[in-house]
Design a binder for this molecule. Structure first.
Ligand code: SF4
Length: 228
């Protein structure tokens, strides 16, 4: 099945939230500069996302095969044990906003532009997840690089399952598995009765993106292979 592209995502960042995030004070002379940058960003930004419905052809203790492409992860294999369908996705701030950010010639504005791109990718992921939840009722997700068990090089097979992502939404994957634009996220969603968030297996302290508390016994309880 070909992927579905979502490219009509409105972009109107919360300006008050940006002022707070950038720690600008009332009356600061920088406020009008930020207003100008946000006006420009709104005019050019086209956040986008794509996803695909894909089916598991084969599976083992620590891998699944999807459309002939193997994904290696013990945690993924256990989480996907009850399901036959997955929904790989990519969401991005968009090449248009990325090019605009690169064209900024002042270091401070470059930094602000990067934060604005971050807001745009969040809008893209929110629009994508709302669409997927409404259409398929999906809940769980995993992303390559979020766990040692499913590291960044697994971006390559995930991209292979999706197809020509660059042709569709301009996102490129480098030899070191980094995505361009830099404000791009990838992963897969699936439907399963049991709750799961990668954060439950990630001990990182003070992570602003944490969605669930770290559970230091979960891996042993649920994912550790029993040696015969
Ligand atoms: S705690 Fe942070 S780094 Fe760890 S998986 Fe969650 S979002 Fe990612």
């Amino acid at each position: 099945m070909r992927f579905t592209v979502i490219d009509t995502i409105p972009f109107q960042p919360d300006r008050a939230a940006l002022v707070k995030r950038l720690r600008l004070r009332d009356g600061s002379s920088y406020l009008s500069d930020l207003e100008r940058l946000v006006d420009e960003a709104e005019a050019v930004a086209k956040p986008k996302a794509l996803y695909k419905v894909a089916f598991i052809d084969d599976r083992g203790d620590d891998y699944v095969v999807v459309g002939g492409v193997r994904l290696d992860s013990r945690v993924l294999a256990v989480n996907l044990d009850p399901v036959h369908r997955i929904f790989p996705y990519v969401a991005t701030c968009g090449v248009e906003l990325d090019a605009w950010a690169h064209a900024q010639d002042d270091m401070l504005y470059k930094y602000w532009a990067d934060i604005i791109k971050e807001v745009a990718v969040r809008e893209a992921i929110q629009a994508l997840f709302e669409h997927m939840t409404e259409t398929y009722g999906l809940g769980k997700m995993m992303s390559p690089g979020s766990l040692e068990d499913w590291p960044m090089p697994q971006q390559r097979p995930l991209f292979a399952i999706l197809g020509d992502i660059e042709g569709a939404i301009g996102v490129q994957l480098s030899d070191s598995f980094l995505m361009t634009p830099n404000k791009t996220v990838s992963g897969l969603r699936f439907a399963a009765a049991e709750d799961f968030a990668s954060c439950q297996l990630c001990p990182r302290d003070n992570c602003p993106g944490r969605r669930a508390p770290y559970d230091d016994t979960l891996y042993d309880r649920k994912y550790r292979k029993i040696q015969s």
